[in-house]
Design a protein around this ligand. Sequence first.
Ligand code: PGA
Length: 249
Amino acid sequence: MTRKKIVAGNWKMNLQLNDAIQLIDDIVSNSKDLSGVELMVFPPALFLLEIAKIKNELTVGVQNFYPKESGAFTGEISITQIKNCGASHVLIGHSERREIFHESEELIKQKVDAAILHEIGVVFCCGEPLHIRENESQSSYVKQQLIDSLFHLSDAEIQTCVIAYEPIWAIGTGRTATVDQAEEMHSAIRSWITEFYGIEIANSISILYGGSCNASNAKELFTCQNVDGGLIGGASLQAESFITIARSF
Ligand code: PGA
């Protein structure tokens, strides 16, 4: 079974509207001949409508939402609102949401369920902080994140999800996981999917690597058997590096 290759750009809280439009224009015009790779972008939600208008073949998602249908939740946006404005995917469980905004496993699980209910694709982020890596308990840590918030899904539901492994010590630090570290965790994640859902489903789910992945190291990371693409932060803010990464398979 061939898995989808995906390169996703997480723009985080960067760019002004004009820059975002320029960036999506540049990505669209420089990726026309790219085949076999799905490009996703996760702009600030405020820019969603404008980006959705010009996205062409690109998949557009948001970085966050609140898992209630509607109501008195000042400042939040719902899954139906983001769907209504052109998003087909969401990032869930990003370490910045977990750490800075104290999102619990339970809230993350509710977000997964809300996205599934409304047929929005989930890019589920997991990954360990530095102290967990240093005491070599990263495997049980990441497995627990998956069990707590993702592995309750049914066979059909989990197959609509993408998993992104992002070691926190590698995010925005310039310190990428080595090829061995990435492959070790990605193959472990695939073995846990196999344990819960069987080998066929495990082989169908794309697992992305994230954390200081850039135009220079993507090629090496993408040679790993179980790395199906990347979730890119800093290097997704320029069309050239983002497209170079997408051409690194
Ligand atoms: P980075 O971010 O590529 O800037 O390390 C990745 C992410 O947080 O998704």
